[in-house]
Design a protein around this ligand. Sequence first.
Ligand SMILES: Cc1cc2nc3c(=O)[nH]c(=O)nc-3n(C[C@H](O)[C@H](O)[C@H](O)COP(=O)(O)OP(=O)(O)OC[C@H]3O[C@@H](n4cnc5c(N)ncnc54)[C@H](O)[C@@H]3O)c2cc1C
Length: 407
Amino acid sequence: MTMDVIVVGAGIGGLCLAQGLRQAGITVDVYEKDPGITARFQGYRIGIDAGGEAALRACLPERWHDLLDGTMGDLSGARSVLDPRLNLIDEWPPAQGSAADRHVLRHLLLAGLGERLHTGKRLTGYRNRPDGTVEALFADGTTATGDLLVGADGINSAVRGLLDPELTPTDTGVRFVIGRTPLSDRFARLVPGFGTQIVDGEVNLALGLMRFRRPETASEAAAHGIALPPIADYVRWVMLLPPDHPGDAAGAQETVLSRIEGWHADVRALIARADKDNTTSLAIRVVHPVRRRPPGPVTLLGDAVHATSPSGGNGANTALRDADLLRRNLTDVVQGRRELRDAIDDYETQMTEYGAAAVRYSVAALEKFLPAGRRGPTRPEAATASISAAAVNNTGNRRPRCDETAT
Ligand SMILES: Cc1cc2nc3c(=O)[nH]c(=O)nc-3n(C[C@H](O)[C@H](O)[C@H](O)COP(=O)(O)OP(=O)(O)OC[C@H]3O[C@@H](n4cnc5c(N)ncnc54)[C@H](O)[C@@H]3O)c2cc1C
């Protein structure tokens, strides 16, 4: 049988799904509200685990696997904890993994979509049609019809708002400043292993490298007609701000500098030389997924349904897992092995379970980064409550507190 799928949101999850569906011969159109893929702050490094990488490879055509490889970086070695003068005070066991730049990865995931990517299309509604199909409505008055609509539209998901208006993000109360600085030998020395944390009482600055395996991948990609943004190595740095800190996107860099007065000159220079376009302050909010029954022609994927705290390093990995699972289930449908409703039901059952676990893990991990006096119980659900400034009612996570977005 044939199938038309509407994907709302051209983030990592939505694009990965689109690639996977194309490979299965399913017609897929991606609708993105931004006027382009470079519209605003996009560029941070994400750690990709083995599961996330496997999902990416399963969804991307094999001929682009080598490009994927070249655009990623290696994370390995011990994780150092330093004092502000850069003396070693602790070391976490060595770890191994891969890193990707979200902006570069998105461009690779756009490869071949061509006119199937529709930018400047903000979804504002949808209608279930009597024949079982669904009609998406966009802010510019246009519509699109498909057999399935997938809301991959991030933590502020409009699709989730229509499908389950009760399910809204919980603000943990914690803010963080994230930025990046072009890599130099001086700054590379700050991150000799998997990552570095510099700690001074309440203040914690985490550093990580984005060193692309093959900088020449951009020209290799161009030969395949794939336009990647400039590939240049950088140090990604993140500072968590305690729940009572106001945060301020405009003065994000200054906020960090004011908290590291007297620190080693290399660390201060790292922050002072940050790329301002990719430095911002964000709220940490999470969405705990809730199982929905019965399944219909509209479903959710990624942060739209299970937004994690960046402290878990698992949001993108979980979105990629969703994309791969949904791809497999929908492939079964077009190949006549199962019904669409059954495929969605199975996807939602599995996704809700591992998505909820991912959110709990990320919230528990957030505690690890908070100063000792501000930590709460280590049980994940309790941890949400202990760090949250949000009013939480008896459904656990129903009241939004903040309009900031994590993307
Ligand atoms: C600083 C930071 C560091 C992180 N580090 C890691 C990490 O190391 N490892 C990891 O696994 N995860 C990490 N994450 C989490 C990860 O980035 C997210 O979980 C992941 O990007 C979610 O992908 P997504 O496709 O679900 O949503 P998004 O990437 O948020 O994409 C949603 C898309 O939908 C579009 N959209 C929104 N509303 C509409 C609408 N109404 N109509 C049309 N389009 C719409 C948006 O413009 C956007 O393009 C990190 C996140 C942050 C902020």
